[in-house]
Design a protein around this ligand. Structure first.
Ligand SMILES: Cc1cc2nc3c(=O)[nH]c(=O)nc-3n(C[C@H](O)[C@H](O)[C@H](O)COP(=O)(O)OP(=O)(O)OC[C@H]3O[C@@H](n4cnc5c(N)ncnc54)[C@H](O)[C@@H]3O)c2cc1C
Length: 444
């Protein structure tokens, strides 16, 4: 059953989730500060102290980040959806990288007042000091799996980037091995229990994603219908083979096909938004050919086996359902709005005025327009406007004034190609609209 949350609770829930996360991240560092105060007399000791503190913080960031990447359905809405959670994961990963790079540097600087040899020896001790070399190995592994995230190496190839992230499992183990005997800041019992607890959570997240999610989280389905909407867009209908998927309009799933005849992407998971209404028996996904896998899916046949995992996302937070809304959709970014509009068709319309502005190149690219207009004609409070780029140019505030005069006071929901998102964000900010919600079709 859907949870009903009162107004403002979405922000409150996100704020609480972030605060809890930050406290967890800081816990080992705070404990270290409490148990091992800053040495006051010696500058070298102070640097070594700082080096250890950043090491402790960097490791907790690394372990917590592993847990965040488990993609447990139902977890991401606490952070405002999977896209936001991935962004957080990205920032925490960057923070852990910086902290863990600073860790050996500060330790070496701390040894510098004694002698240069001591500083070099701190960084590169004899091989017998295996724990330090294990730490270096962990840092090297981290550089390898984070490298594609740096713009310097160009746009990352998604699947390669994902594969490289598996190296992070080895990095976590090496970093923990490095930390245990060297956690001189915490009494051994504290160090063992904290790192073991964090390590256990990270390992469970890894095990869930790599081993168990296939069996526990994926719903087997069969393709029941394939409906071409344009030369490069299809809507596929899915019939669940077992239990029903419980989801909210606008959420998305990871789809993997099990049809060897398609030749490409067997069992490879890709995110697609549910364009069906939760009230329907089956699921529907509108898929545009944007690359190898989405191109191959244009040729999937009824009867093919697929799996879906999810739902994910929080594009339409339930506590905003009763607010007047403006929906701005572009291209295949129409899918979350189609799901919501179909749901409104079942519910008899939205509780408050809702206007959809559907931006497309020309009428042949307005895939769902006829159906959306039919829904608008059959329920109160819902209007649909078609904006054609070829005829009207880019979307403007003046255009919105004509189709939805009070749009500046409405809750705005935005989904479309990157160029349109940038254009609309600028337009909304210029118009003083601060409350807008964006769904992006790119998780990197
Ligand atoms: C939340 C979300 C909802 C989406 N909903 C829809 C939808 O309703 N309809 C639709 O047609 N498309 C949707 N997409 C986009 C769709 O997932 C990509 O077009 C598809 O995964 C591209 O894969 P490809 O092999 O065809 O292309 P590629 O050439 O491999 O990739 C093209 C782009 O898709 C990204 N991408 C590739 N693989 C993945 C992956 N496994 N996970 C995330 N991103 C990936 C890449 O970063 C790249 O920018 C959605 C994406 C996201 C993140």
């Amino acid at each position: 059953m859907r949870q009903v949350i009162s107004g403002g609770d979405t922000m409150h829930r996100r704020g609480t989730a972030i605060i809890v996360l930050v406290l967890i991240l800081l816990l080992p560092g705070l404990l270290a500060l409490w148990l091992y105060p800053l040495p006051v007399d010696d500058a070298g000791d102070r640097l070594r102290w700082a080096g250890r503190i950043v090491g402790v913080l960097g490791l907790s960031c690394l372990l917590v980040n592993a847990a965040l990447s488990s993609r447990l359905p139902g977890f991401d809405p606490w952070f405002g959806g999977l896209t936001r959670l991935w962004r957080l994961h990205h920032y925490i990963g960057a923070a852990s990288f910086v902290l863990l790079m600073l860790h050996p540097l500060l330790l070496a600087y701390g040894a510098l007042p004694a002698s240069t040899g001591a500083a070099v020896g701190t960084l590169f001790p004899p091989l017998a000091d295996l724990w330090v070399w294990v730490g270096w190995l962990a840092l090297l592994g981290m550089m390898v799996f984070l490298a594609p995230s740096f713009a310097f190496f160009g746009a990352p190839h998604y699947q390669r980037w994902k594969g490289l992230h598996l190296v992070s499992g080895a990095v976590l183990v090496l970093a923990l091995i490095h930390a245990l005997p060297l956690s001189a800041m915490l009494p051994p019992v504290w160090a063992w229990s904290i790192w073991m607890l964090f390590g256990l959570v990270a390992a469970s997240a890894f095990a869930y994603r790599a081993l168990f999610s296939r069996r526990l989280a994926r719903f087997p389905c069969r393709v029941s219908e394939v409906k071409p909407l344009a030369s490069d867009v299809v809507e596929i209908g899915l019939r669940p083979e077992g239990s029903r998927l419980d989801y909210r309009p606008g959420q998305f799933v990871y789809l993997a096909h099990l049809d060897r005849e398609l030749g490409i992407g067997y069992n490879e998971q890709h995110p697609f938004t549910l364009s069906s209404a939760p009230q329907e028996d089956g699921l529907r996904l509108g898929i545009k050919d944007l690359g190898d896998l989405s191109g191959a899916l244009q040729n999937i046949r009824p009867g093919a086996e697929v799996t879906v995992e999810g739902p994910y996302g929080d594009f339409f937070p339930p506590d905003l359902d009763d607010r007047a809304a403006l929906w701005l959709a572009g291209g295949i970014g129409i899918t979350p709005f189609v799901g919501r509009a179909r749901a409104l068709g079942h519910l008899g319309g939205p509780p408050a005025q809702t206007t959809l502005v559907y931006c497309a190149e020309n009428p042949s690219r307005s895939y769902y327009l006829d159906e959306l207009r039919q829904i608008a004609d059959s329920v109160p409070n819902f209007q649909v406007a078609s904006h054609l780029f070829e005829r009207e140019g880019a979307l403007t505030a003046d255009y919105l004034d004509t189709v939805c005069p009070d749009w500046r006071r409405r809750e705005v929901f935005l989904c479309g190609p990157p160029g349109m998102l940038d254009h609309c964000r600028r337009m909304l900010r210029r118009a003083g609209v601060r409350r807008f919600h964006t769904e992006e079709f790119d998780l990197l």
